[in-house]
Design a protein around this ligand. Structure first.
Ligand code: SF4
Length: 198
């Protein structure tokens, strides 16, 4: 991560425009819309998933399909609104038929996520699922590492399951909801500090 330098006067809108015009990998030929990310970021928390799915591709908004509803419900139950967080994915265009992103696609698209992180300077980054946890932190077992704060390159991470994995597994859903509760307690506890130091 962080092979790009901070773009002068970079903004979320500029990054979104660059993503919209991007043709650096073949996913540009099958996407309907790019999905740069969404949120108000009041609590300095970034939530990052794997890639947009069908509903996200149709609308250009992240996490609005069935998995997104699980995430948004879990956030809402813990009084976290979309204005509190910035939600995005490592890949900004939908892979055909929701296949897993290929390594070359991740390596190419990561520059936009890096720019978003450099610009927003999140105090906490929540990674959803194995694909991104393994890619960014080299985590081999999400079961072992989930639910606690991890540190890398002066950034704080919190890893949990991807909400899509919880759709047909009630046990995982309970664990996922407990993790989001823990995350909300952490960011609420540190909220005044986060506001001061930003
Ligand atoms: S997935 Fe990323 S790198 Fe590929 S075309 Fe879309 S924005 Fe560009």
């Amino acid at each position: 991560m962080f092979n790009v330098y901070m773009f002068e006067n970079d903004t979320l809108d500029k990054i979104a425009l660059d993503i919209k015009n991007c043709k650096l990998c073949l996913l540009c030929s099958t996407r309907k819309n790019t999905v740069p990310g969404e949120g108000g970021f009041l609590k300095k928390l970034m939530i990052i998933g794997e890639a947009p799915g069908y509903h996200e591709d149709q609308s250009g908004k992240p996490f609005i399909g069935p998995a997104g509803k699980i995430l948004r419900n879990a956030l809402s139950k813990n009084d976290i609104s979309i204005q509190d967080v910035f939600i995005t994915n490592i890949i900004k265009c939908r892979p055909p038929n929701n296949r897993p992103p290929q390594i070359n696609e991740k390596n190419t698209c990561i520059q936009y996520l890096e720019r978003q992180i450099l610009l927003l300077q999140p105090k906490m980054i929540c990674l959803l699922g194995n694909v991104i946890s393994s890619y960014i932190l080299g985590i081999k077992s999400i079961t072992k590492e989930r639910g606690r704060i991890l540190h890398k390159n002066n950034l704080k991470y919190f890893v949990t399951y991807h909400p899509a994995a919880t759709i047909y597994n009630r046990n995982l859903l309970n664990i996922f909801e407990q993790d989001i509760k823990k995350l909300s307690e952490y960011i609420s506890f540190n909220y005044s500090d986060l506001q001061k130091s930003y």
